[in-house]
Design a protein around this ligand. Sequence first.
Ligand SMILES: *[C@@H]1O[C@H](CO)[C@@H](O)[C@H](O)[C@H]1NC(C)=O
Ligand SMILES: *[C@@H]1O[C@H](CO)[C@@H](O)[C@H](O)[C@H]1NC(C)=O
Ligand SMILES: *[C@@H]1O[C@H](CO)[C@@H](O)[C@H](O)[C@H]1NC(C)=O
Ligand SMILES: *[C@@H]1O[C@H](CO)[C@@H](O)[C@H](O)[C@H]1NC(C)=O
Ligand SMILES: *[C@@H]1O[C@H](CO)[C@@H](O)[C@H](O)[C@H]1NC(C)=O
Length: 409
Amino acid sequence: MPRISLAFAAALACAAAVSAAGPASLDADGVYRGVNLGGWLVLESWLSPSVFAKHGVAAGAGEWQFCEKVGRDQCGPALQEHWDTWLTEAHIATLAEAGLQYARIPLGYWIVDRNSTEPLPAGGWWYLERAVGWLKSHGMRAVLDLHGAPGSQNGHDNSGRTGDIQWPRPGNVNRTVAVLAEIARRVVAWDASGNASMAGAVAGIEVLNEPWTPAVGGPVTYDLLRDFYVRAYDAVREQGFNGTIWVSDGFAGSGPWVGVLAPPQYTDVLLDSHLYHAFGGPTTNMTAWDTVRFVCDQDGPGVAGRTDADWVVVGEWSNAVTKRNPPGGRLQGGAASWLRAMLVAQLGAWDGSFAGGPGRGAGPGKGSFFWNFRTETGEAGWDLLMLLDQAGAPPQLSTAALSEFEFSC
Ligand SMILES: *[C@@H]1O[C@H](CO)[C@@H](O)[C@H](O)[C@H]1NC(C)=O
Ligand SMILES: *[C@@H]1O[C@H](CO)[C@@H](O)[C@H](O)[C@H]1NC(C)=O
Ligand SMILES: *[C@@H]1O[C@H](CO)[C@@H](O)[C@H](O)[C@H]1NC(C)=O
Ligand SMILES: *[C@@H]1O[C@H](CO)[C@@H](O)[C@H](O)[C@H]1NC(C)=O
Ligand SMILES: *[C@@H]1O[C@H](CO)[C@@H](O)[C@H](O)[C@H]1NC(C)=O
């Protein structure tokens, strides 16, 4: 593989033009270089199995089912230890030192709207507020992401409730719009409070994570989503939130989103596309190094060629692959080298700085957010803090440091 040279110089040359062409929430660096803080305010048993074991809840349960088992009123108190320890200020300090500028934080609607019939935990907002303050004090900004919507938009544990996808019912969609307005209202109150430790700390709000569309065999129609995205946009802007509004592409790629929330009527909207190599697809049977080659040759041009939105962010990606997932535990030399290459190749694919690409931030690709900041089980492909700790990632993901890294497409 060639060493970094011309591609990076070209990307630097473009950087000045980028901030004007990209979302207003981007800082001078010109692309999002972010990480997800998953498994925290929305439980996922594969990330933190010990919480489930401790409370005798079967793996795979959503937070709804978790709290059904623990008891509605006991659930918030039961989860406080997890909320306090899964994400600490030390984690954020480490991520900030590594050059991450943004953190996407999955939230469930119950953080602002938990009704008396629902077995969901109370008390998450206080922890969210503390974490957003930590991000700001370490020079990072937050993207608040509605991962769990009323009725569940995808039926997976990460939506808060496994089972039927009931989100499309009108009452649930309406409630989701109201939840987003309430989240925006509270964020704007932080901005307006004059409290310097919170103001400006939220760069974006994502209105719905991974709705299960026909593209993945789900019942959430594009018509419903297009209508919902406009209503959600209006509701969030009505509260005075002027950051970036994120919408999910629902795994549908180009097509359904062309012209949706388009300027000039709608401003500062970003399309979120989750691009994994862990769940089948064309890299399924490839060797690890051929997968890196695929990232270089196919993923980068794929994002750069997107026509469904002006701006695309890869809000979730990882180093996990369908087969030959690097083993857990301490990384061996060869695995670490592959993991670094895979990481750097994807960062370049998602932000346009790959060889022959449009240049960093100059195409539709505005950067990316690694999933996840940590796992409890030491799964190297999914655990950025582990990669940083055990040399599976360059110690700095900053632009300058990556330019010195040994790998480039
Ligand atoms: C309360 O939650 C239940 C179950 O999710 C839902 O059916 C009902 O519509 C909710 N009520 C209100 C007022 O949001
Ligand atoms: C949902 O909101 C729309 C628009 O405000 C309204 O027309 C409709 O009656 C509401 N539906 C339900 C079930 O609340
Ligand atoms: C966005 O709103 C904040 C206050 O909520 C304000 O300080 C900032 O100047 C606004 N930015 C823009 C671009 O209007
Ligand atoms: C500012 O916000 C932080 C984080 O929520 C909080 O801890 C602190 O008490 C607030 N300061 C003031 C003066 O309200
Ligand atoms: C991977 O290999 C299996 C078994 O040979 C085959 O059934 C499948 O179609 C292959 N998948 C791809 C994406 O090539």
